[in-house]
Ligand binder design. Structure first.
Ligand SMILES: Nc1nc2c(c(=O)[nH]1)N[C@@H](CNc1ccc(C(=O)N[C@@H](CCC(=O)N[C@@H](CCC(=O)N[C@@H](CCC(=O)O)C(=O)O)C(=O)O)C(=O)O)cc1)CN2
Ligand code: MET
Ligand SMILES: [Zn+2]
Length: 771
């Protein structure tokens, strides 16, 4: 039984690639240095898999920024606005597309970024035009294949399949559908496959995750066209078609009829699909069973996996069964062995989990157990595994009676504000006296190296908690002064005390554990350390009240309290799999509700409860949407509805395709929502307009993921677009998202431009009242 992987984490155990990229961007290292860092990481990853006994090791799963952006370059789908940069080294052109380019008299915006299916990974959105042409730039995948070959590894290049590549992108003009470009794109893929075959590749993996979503006839046809063509053009190369994050459902026959050589399915998310796939899989096709969870960190239950695999006994006998993780391991941290702090990750909990390196071993072990069939019953690894699984199931660490009782007594009234929006708006305006087009920010301000080092010294015990707090307070006080001086209307405390908007809360809540090195790539060079929810969640003490109080004392302007919402905390953590997600979400909601009430009690007039992950959590299958949205919205309402009508509740979302969930956003009934809109040029607002969204909206007018400083005119123009569809008295003026990833000079310049843009608008709309 062959073992393989769809992909491996690529940022490095100590985030080596993040550091190398950021150093390169700062001009601290050269292009060859950066390439060398990449090579080292790839070599490390490959050898780790080789030592674990993985048979078919992936290549081209490495990336300096994003695998979709890699495909943009590989297929030559570089948008026209980067034309002037074509003479730069390929890597510089690549980073310009990812981050924008404001140098040498040029000023080019970055490409849009959005969520990778239902994950917290973000990809760069390909841009297509009607006259789109493609041109092969094969260097990256070819070189990676040859690098592996040099190490004696016959690797399997991983590419995004042509249909998914087009579907991931976006038409930049009307009059065509991106799938119309398939005929032009396919020759480029076929040429690339040819080149890889010539270089010695035996297998190529084509990821087509869209096969797990509902497809129209047009798209189904595109899959047939694409794979018939590629098989015809490159018959010698074996194609592994990879699907993940859901089952194939009604696309099972389609996927099985594409003439490919192997089909990968996700048996963690959708174990039930195995029977259907087995019924339809042609006799020549290999089945790759994705049996080890690539999205969560719980140890695999070997006995359960073996039972499931036994359904495919026939394939096993015929040598047509492969074992793999469910999806790329990109979404889990690198190595559990790097965790040694039992205060944050108790020994017991550590014994229940597996990170990427451990999962690679699990794959190899399951394959070996499965190949021994009945003879594996007393295998020490199997017994040890059973022991861990049972210990977790029976552990007293996971239950808290108080939490379960509190949850049982939640009533509908607790999820309803005590007055409707119209009346709340009046009361809030009387209290806050905001001008038309109030300006605010989303919460965080630059998390400088200085602040991060300070925190790292605190964690190492090099400075005391008092020293740490004193410096954080000084920074906060400075920021308040700075915001007053810039002229913002609603201030924030800046979130300097937070390592991350989810981790910070996870560290203070019970039922959570966290790691020292459990980094997972979120986008480009940015990573997160998702906390682990292993038990019932509760809040032992207030989490944010002190900092909010301190910030308020520094100013007479309103300061917004800042919390992360229950759905986002859930979505950006590794969640227990022994109870429904919604139950965990409600437990978190109760904890946040307490915090909201404590903030209100301490005099905070506006409270923002961020829910940027609400859309991301939407199931990939439409039939599951309603049930998810019902509980997700209820969790938010449970967290937010305890306050008085005069307390203004804000929420914030970024990277969202709002069309699908606009009604749910309405039902959240936040007084104000700030959203990400600038990279998509306000396109997203149409959903709000179409639905006649009644509450207030702050459409983000500058892209905080790029160091580029937007001009005042540019922001005013974006607001004008917003004003085409939303009345002035409903609008706020703010950036797309928090400013933590930015540096100070660009932040200050951009905010000044933003405030002047708001003033221009106020002058133009002088006759309009906010009420
Ligand atoms: N969880 C989560 N998901 C999210 C977002 C988010 O904010 N949080 N935002 C959206 C976009 N995604 C993002 C993800 C990460 C970051 C981000 O800035 N991450 C930081 C790390 C944040 C962090 O945990 N910082 C810690 C650890 C800092 C650190 O690197 N310390 C150094 C020492 C200090 C130094 O030398 O710099 C070390 O440990 O080596 C802290 O501040 O305490 C990074 O990659 O650089 C931003 C956006 C969507 N998803
Ligand atoms: C990813 S949403 C970020 C919201 C958070 N309040 C911040 O400003 O960073
Ligand atoms: Zn955001």
């Amino acid at each position: 039984m062959k073992t393989h992987l769809l992909g491996f984490p690529r940022i490095g155990a100590a985030r080596e690639i993040k550091k190398a990229c950021e150093q390169y961007w700062r001009g601290k290292i050269t292009l060859p240095d950066l390439a060398e860092a990449g090579k080292r990481q790839k070599r490390y990853n490959w050898q780790l898999q080789q030592e674990a006994g993985i048979d078919l090791i992936p290549c081209n799963d490495f990336s300096l920024y994003d695998q979709v952006l890699d495909m943009v370059l590989i297929t030559g789908a570089v948008p026209e606005r980067y034309g002037a940069l074509e003479s730069l080294p390929e890597t510089d052109l690549y980073f310009a597309m990812a981050r924008g380019y404001q140098q040498n008299g040029l000023d080019v915006t970055a490409m849009e970024m959005t969520k990778w299916f239902d994950t917290n990974y973000h990809y760069i959105v390909p841009e297509f035009t009607a006259a789109q042409s493609f041109r092969l730039r094969p260097h990256k995948p070819l070189e990676e294949f040859l690098e592996a070959k040099e190490l004696g590894i016959a690797a399997k290049p991983v590419l995004i399949g042509p249909v998914s590549f087009l579907l991931l992108g976006k038409e930049k003009e009307g009059g065509f559908h991106r799938l119309d470009l398939l005929d032009r794109l396919l020759p480029v893929y076929s040429e690339l496959l040819q080149r890889l075959a010539e270089a010695g590749a035996d297998w190529v993996q084509l990821d087509e995750p869209f096969l797990v979503t509902a497809l129209d006839q047009h798209t189904k046809k595109a899959f047939q066209t694409a794979y018939t063509y590629l098989k015809e053009q490159v018959p010698a190369l074996k194609l592994l078609l990879a699907t993940y994050f859901e089952g194939l459902h009604e696309n099972t026959s389609l996927a099985c009829s594409l003439g490919i050589d192997a089909l990968h399915i996700d048996l963690v998310r959708a174990p039930g699909q195995l029977k259907q796939v087995l019924n339809r899989l042609p006799a020549s096709v290999i089945l790759s069973a994705g049996i080890v969870d690539g999205r969560n960190i719980w140890k695999n239950d070997f006995a359960r996996s073996l039972t499931l695999l036994s359904e495919a006994e026939q394939l096993k006998t015929e040598g047509r069964l492969w074992i793999a993780p469910s999806c790329s391991l990109l979404h889990v941290p690198f190595d559990l062995e790097l965790e040694s702090d039992t205060r944050t990750l108790p020994e017991a909990v550590k014994n229940w989990i597996a990170f990427a390196k451990q999962k690679v071993r699990e794959v190899a072990t399951i394959a070996s157990l499965a190949s021994r069939g009945d003879h594996a019953g007393n295998d020490p690894e199997l017994l040890e595994n059973r022991h861990c699984i049972e210990e977790r199931r029976n552990s007293s660490l996971i239950t808290n009676q108080h939490v379960q009782q509190a949850l049982a007594s939640v009533s509908v009234e607790m999820t309803i504000r005590n007055q409707p929006f119209r009346q709340r708006k009046q009361l809030q305006q009387e209290k806050l006296k905001l001008p038309l087009f109030p300006t605010t920010t989303i919460g965080s301000f630059p998390q400088t190296k200085e602040i991060r080092e300070l925190r790292s010294r605190l964690n190492q015990g090099a400075i005391s908690r008092q020293e740490y707090t004193a410096i954080i307070r000084a920074k906060t006080a400075d920021l308040i002064r700075k915001q007053e001086e810039i002229g913002l209307d609603v201030l924030v405390h800046g979130e300097f005390e937070r390592n991350d908007m989810v981790q910070y809360f996870g560290e203070q809540l019970e039922g959570f554990a966290f790691t020292q090195n459990g980094w997972v790539q979120s986008y480009g060079s940015r990573a997160v350390k998702p906390p682990l929810i292993f038990g019932d969640v509760s809040r032992p003490r207030p989490m944010t009240v002190e900092m909010a109080g301190f910030a308020m004392q520094q100013t007479s302007k309103p300061v917004k309290g800042m919390l992360t919402g229950p759905v986002t905390i859930l979505q950006w953590s590794f969640v227990r799999d022994d109870q429904p997600r919604e139950e965990t979400a409600f437990q978190i909601a109760l904890a946040i509700r307490k915090e909201v009430l404590d903030l209100e009690r301490s005099g905070v007039p506006l409270i923002q409860i961020d829910e940027p992950a609400l859309r991301e959590g939407l199931p990939l299958r439409r039939e599951q949407w309603k049930s998810y949205l019902d509980w997700a919205v209820n969790a938010f309402r449970l967290a937010s509805s305890g306050v008085d009508a005069s307390t203004q509740v804000h929420t914030h979302m970024c990277y969202s395709e709002f069309n699908d969930i606009i009604e749910a956003i309405g039902k959240m009934d936040a007084d104000v929502i700030t959203i990400e809109t600038s990279r998509s040029q306000m396109e997203l607002l149409e959903a709000f307009a179409g639905f006649a969204y009644p509450n207030e909206i702050g459409p983000g007018i500058y892209d905080i993921h790029s160091p580029r400083i937007p001009a005042e005119k540019e922001m005013e123009a974006l607001m004008d677009k917003a004003l085409d569809v939303i009345p002035a008295e409903q609008l706020w003026v703010n950036p797309d998202c928090g400013l933590k990833t930015r540096d100070w000079p660009e932040t200050e310049a951009a905010l000044r431009n933003m405030v002047s843009a708001a003033r221009k608008l106020r002058a133009r709309y002088a006759s309009v009242s906010r009420m």
